[in-house]
Design a protein around this ligand. Structure first.
Ligand code: GLU
Length: 501
């Protein structure tokens, strides 16, 4: 048994926000590192595909990883023992290894232009065959490559894929045989001299001493290429484990494109990136707990686990082979549960992050008021519910938006019964000497008794008048939060709606 410390990596490409599937890969790698004495979690930035590079995406990925609490031991803005950890800063290394393969006759220059390759593909399509690049005979020489370059052509380097299957033992899938002989000679160095993902990944996994590669199943065929490259370069092969694919409840594969599809259909886009869940008001605790169960299970029925408990119980052997289902209702239920379990300080911290990200007026409230608001909204699904319930109480009085349905149903119906209630309660509220729950209760229940009304007949019109909608915290809490001036202003204003159609 090898006793060298575990070194795992998460290797995002800065092409956008951190995707949900990426977060699971990061979490599982992080767990492997945390479980083992001296284990290291490395963050490597795979930024060699300049065409897919998205400006500003890296700080967002780092911020979302930190929000989740998946802190890396080596990588950007951390220890730099075997760095640099940006592939764009390691180009000379990849050139060196590409040259080594060329010198050893394990790679060759290829001169086809993109147009020629497209034509070959088109030909294969017409013949209804599968396109596979065919190794030219004889192979282009270094001189020919040089001449082509001088003539302004892009010259790539291709790896000579050995004509043999690769058999490996995957830590999740078990023994797998990858039909490497069916794979074409793939490009390892592009026309501009930059490496492709395959070469950069293999070189870095080796030089960074990566012992375990755990990534999504969509990379399985890449693993055949990577093992072949490792053998040609004399590198050790790390242990591999491929995670099950994540599916939506309707059986479709969960993908970034789900958002675009929904927008096209005029529907609310589903949350896909970690950032989406953060903006929607989920707690990182809930999200992590939920992600950890996408493919992995404790072996018993335990589902609620803190991160520490997950570290203690996590085993790669507990990851299943079959597809994982992304159950959004379950995630919402997890969030409600976690919101009631985390400490008030933690909840407040996460709530503030939500308010700042969404730039909501409640962000300027002090901690005591925010904590009070959270208590009044206990049982919420996400922070968005808290905003929907209490947000209107913290906008300027003249900025509240009256929901047309609420005005019609609660104030206007039965010949303006709600308006009549507002007119009746206003002078009584104006006359209150103290603005406390007790006084407000006495005032409102007093009116109910006198007029033979139920509490809702008076409370609901007041709620609509002060919040614009039919939801807010309990009525007395709402009015205390709003204060005397705000309450009276808003009721007076709501009464003027009576004349408007
Ligand atoms: N940059 C690759 C990706 O984002 C990493 C794949 C790997 O883990 O090797 O998919």
């Amino acid at each position: 048994m090898s006793v060298s410390p575990v070194r795992v990596r998460f290797a995002p490409s800065p092409t956008g926000y951190l995707h949900f599937g990426g977060a699971r890969t990061a979490l599982f790698n992080w767990l492997i590192a945390r479980k083992t004495a001296g284990g290291k979690f490395i963050l490597r930035i795979e930024d060699t595909d300049r065409s897919r590079h998205v400006e500003d995406s890296l700080p967002k990925i780092l911020s979302d990883l930190r929000w989740l609490g998946l802190i890396w031991d080596e990588g950007p803005e951390a220890g730099e023992d075997l760095g640099p950890y940006y592939q764009s800063e390691r180009l000379d290394l990849y050139k060196k290894y590409a040259q080594q393969l060329l010198d050893a006759g394990r790679a060759y220059y290829a001169l086809e232009t993109p147009e020629e390759l497209a034509a070959m593909r088109e030909q294969a399509r017409k013949e209804k065959g599968e396109y596979r690049y065919r190794r030219p005979i004889p192979l282009p020489t270094a001189e020919q490559a040089q001449q082509a370059r001088e003539a302004g052509k892009a010259v790539v380097v291709r790896f000579m894929m050995p004509n043999e299957a690769v058999t490996t033992t995957d830590d999740i899938l078990g023994p797998v045989t990858l039909a490497a002989e069916e794979l074409e000679d793939f490009i390892i160095q592009k026309g501009d001299g930059w490496p492709t993902y395959h070469l950069a990944c293999v070189v870095d996994d080796a030089l960074m001493g990566i012992t375990h590669v755990l990534r999504g199943q969509e990379h399985l065929m890449n693993t055949a290429k990577h093992i072949a490259l490792q053998r040609a370069l004399g590198f050790e092969t790390p242990r591999y484990a491929h995670l099950p694919i994540i599916f939506n409840m309707n059986g479709s594969k969960m993908s970034k494109r789900d958002k675009e599809k929904a927008i096209k259909k005029g529907e609310t886009p589903p949350e896909i990136d970690v950032h989406d869940f953060r903006v929607a008001g989920y707690l990182p605790e809930a999200l992590l707990n939920f992600i950890s169960l996408l493919g992995w299970s404790t072996g018993d029925d335990t589902e609620q686990l803190t991160l520490e408990e997950t570290v203690a119980r996590f085993e790669v052997g507990g990851i299943g082979k079959s597809n994982a289902k992304f159950d959004r209702d379950k995630l919402l239920a997890f969030n409600t549960g976690w919101a009631s379990r985390v400490s008030p300080e933690r909840l407040l911290e996460a709530f503030k992050d939500f308010l700042v990200l969404n730039d909501l007026p409640m962000r300027s409230l002090d901690d005591a008021t925010l904590g009070h608001v959270l208590r009044l909204c206990t049982g919420f699904r996400t922070f968005r519910d808290v905003q929907a319930k209490a947000g209107a109480l913290f906008v300027p009085d003249d900025a509240i938006e009256y929901n047309a349905k609420a005005v019609k149903k609660v104030l206007r119906k039965k010949e303006g019964q709600g308006f009549a209630m507002l007119e009746a309660v206003l002078p009584r509220l104006e006359a209150l000497t103290d603005w406390t729950t007790e006084q407000l209760e006495r005032c409102i229940t007093g009116l109910c008794d006198e007029q033979g009304r139920k509490l809702g007949d008076v409370a609901q019109p007041i709620r609509v008048a002060v919040s614009g909608s039919t939801v807010s915290p309990a009525i007395y809490d709402t009015l205390v939060l709003l204060g005397r001036a705000g309450t009276l202003n808003r009721i007076r204003h709501a009464i003027t709606l009576k004349e408007q159609e």
